[in-house]
Design a protein around this ligand. Structure first.
Ligand code: SF4
Length: 202
């Protein structure tokens, strides 16, 4: 599995709007990297678990991003931290393009980030550096038990980290009213809706 800096395995790449968390609504170029060993049952990108995707030179990727109007790049997966992201971030930031990471925090961090979204997953160990550096945590809520899980992680993040609860898409009708009620009682949290799904865009 790649720890190379100059090529990355790409599942898909596209220019769209960020649908989740603090930057909801922001135009961004998405890079979905291959490989994930977390295997969440609710994962909606299970095809990204495998690492059998074409390796693309970072230079080529950056050239494509520049040819769009994107000023923000969101690196997601899979689990993007299974790869060395130093060169990608270096090249993007040198062009004044902001780098955003979406991670479960289970692998070591590489790259330089303007924004880190930590999305802790059950039965995994989040590495300490992610609690220190996360700009937001986003906890997917499937059942009422997940509020306690969210609070466990909220206790560990830095004081500036924003806190988001996001309804699991398939359970949203049942769980959304519980999230609304929870946030009204615990106003340090906000809701994150997957607005790209409501808009029927990628
Ligand atoms: S960490 Fe992300 S990509 Fe990996 S299984 Fe969980 S939801 Fe899917």
């Amino acid at each position: 599995m790649g720890k190379q800096r100059d090529v990355l395995p790409i599942v898909e790449k596209f220019y769209s709007l960020q649908g989740e968390g603090f930057h909801s609504g922001l135009a961004a170029f998405f890079i979905r990297l291959a490989g994930c060993d977390v295997h969440c049952p609710f994962c909606d990108v299970k095809e990204a678990w495998s690492d059998h995707f074409p390796l693309l030179p970072v230079e080529e990727l950056v050239a494509e991003i520049v040819s769009n109007k994107a000023k923000h790049v969101i690196v997601t997966g899979g689990e993007p931290c299974m790869h060395n992201l130093d060169l990608l971030c270096q090249n993007l930031q040198s062009l004044q393009i902001a780098t955003h990471l979406e991670t479960s925090g289970t692998h070591s961090l590489s790259g330089s980030w303007n924004w880190i979204c930590l999305s802790p997953k059950k039965n995994t160990q989040v590495k300490e550096e992610f609690y220190l550096k996360a700009n937001e945590i986003k906890v997917v809520v499937e059942t009422p038990e997940d509020f306690a899980f969210a609070e466990q992680h909220a206790k560990k993040v830095n004081i500036n980290c924003l806190l988001y609860l996001q309804p699991e898409w398939e359970q949203r009708q049942k769980i959304e009213p519980l999230i609304v009620a929870y946030i009204m009682q615990h106003p340090q949290w906000k809701i994150s809706l997957q607005i790209h799904k409501y808009l029927n865009i990628r």
